[in-house]
Design a protein around this ligand. Structure first.
Ligand code: GDP
Ligand code: MN
Length: 379
């Protein structure tokens, strides 16, 4: 789950990190009122779940409240990387002397959180990592002890020469790690971490991504979810208890069980295809889940063929078959579907499907090959 910048800022602030005050607005008049209240120059920032807002025109400075209102009108409703801006953050504009990057991620290779900093901040950090990797500095964090003071100092010396700023930055890194841990985050970054002309170190942007598996024990963090800013298919899948991850390919997969779903995706690739998604309808069976799953898969325009791969254990094949028939009763599917099911109530399922004009396969290899072929023909 991603947080908005204003939510991430609040978490950083609570951890003790210096962050300029700001307020959220959903209409140009509110932007103006906040700018008046703050007085002086402000920055108006699009609140969407993506970076690169500055480049896209979603971050604008304003000298007066009237100008802030105009920026608010331009940014609200704007599209950034396919996301519509519903809210803006209005904050006092900071004067910038330097921009750095500071972030914590969970690093799969070392299997621990890693604190990463770069004096080349403000810009896209992926680009810095690709073009000038020597400008990125890292420290692995032992989760038992957290980011140790000497690690933080060492990293901070890569950012600043002034010892006062080094100390400030080191403290901010430790606070950032604490905020990362407390939120159950998989990523927490400040880009840019700036110095002001009078030498203060301040966080101007904040990005936090929370591991969904951490939400159950963190109701306060879970409450920050903004479904209006999320992909509608992902919201629907979550509410129905389906695990759904959209991918780039064109074979829409609907499978029961995470292991079988992975094996199915492997096999799709083995036969030269690309899965359009990972979708696990789960162990328990209900035709409603299948109806939702089909709706989600067909809502993706990239999908050229649909593959059902069901191993009936606790899941009953006839439940799945009934779900498919119910989902396609109103409107005929506009893309080819391949259905493979075997196991509990297989005969019932085949009966239901055959009556409704569908073919049912039992062999997984055959089904996957067919789905890949159909997707290729339609592409
Ligand atoms: P992002 O593009 O989505 O990462 O959004 P940021 O919040 O990082 O803003 C992009 C850029 O706008 C920053 O790197 C700054 O250069 C600039 N910016 C943001 N806030 C301010 C501010 O208060 N004052 C000034 N002078 N520039 C700002
Ligand atoms: Mn940024």
């Amino acid at each position: 789950m991603n947080l908005h910048e204003y939510q991430a800022r609040a978490l950083l602030k609570a951890a003790g990190i210096p962050v300029p005050d700001g307020e959220v607005a959903t209409a140009p008049n509110e932007v103006e009122a906040i700018a008046k209240r703050l007085g002086g120059a402000v920055v108006v920032k699009a609140q969407v779940h993506t970076g690169g807002r500055g480049k896209a025109g979603g971050v604008k400075l304003a000298k007066t409240a009237a100008e802030a209102k105009r920026h608010g009108a331009a940014i609200l409703g704007m599209q950034i990387k396919g996301l519509t801006v519903e809210k803006v953050l209005v904050a006092p504009a900071a004067e910038i002397a330097s921009e750095s990057y500071v972030g914590v991620i969970v690093d799969r290779a070392s299997q621990r959180p890693v604190m990463m900093v770069s004096p080349a901040g403000g810009v896209d950090i992926e680009e810095v990592a690709a073009k000038t990797p020597e400008k990125i500095f890292k420290a692995p964090i032992d989760p038992r002890y957290g980011l140790l003071p000497h690690q933080a100092m060492e990293l901070a010396f890569e950012l600043y020469d002034d010892v006062k700023q080094v100390r400030q930055a080191a403290t901010i890194m430790q606070q950032l790690y604490q905020a990362f841990r407390d939120a159950g985050a998989s990523l927490a970054e400040i880009n840019p971490l700036i110095t002001t002309p009078d030498g203060e170190v301040v966080a101007l942007d904040a990005k936090i991504g929370v591991d969904d598996n951490e939400l159950e024990r963190r109701p306060d963090v879970a409450a920050l979810r903004d479904t209006s800013a999320e992909d509608p298919s992902e919201v629907e899948a979550r509410e129905m208890g389906l695990s759904y991850i959209p991918l780039d390919g064109n074979v829409g997969c609907c499978v029961n069980g995470a292991g079988l779903a992975m094996a199915t995706m492997d096999l799709v690739k083995y036969y030269g295809g690309e899965p359009a998604n990972f979708l696990d309808i789960g162990g328990s069976s209900s035709p409603e889940k299948v109806v939702t799953a089909l709706k989600i898969i067909t809502a993706d325009p990239k999908v050229k063929s649909i593959l059902f791969n069901i191993f009936g254990g606790i899941t009953r094949c006839d439940d799945v078959a009934n779900g498919i028939v119910t989902a396609t009763k109103g409107a005929k599917l506009d893309r080819p579907i391949v259905i493979r099911l075997t196991g509990t109530n297989e005969e019932l399922a085949v009966n239901v499907l055959t009556k409704a004009g569908f073919e049912a396969l039992t062999d997984m290899d055959e089904a996957v090959q067919q789905a890949v072929k159909l997707a290729r023909e339609a592409a």
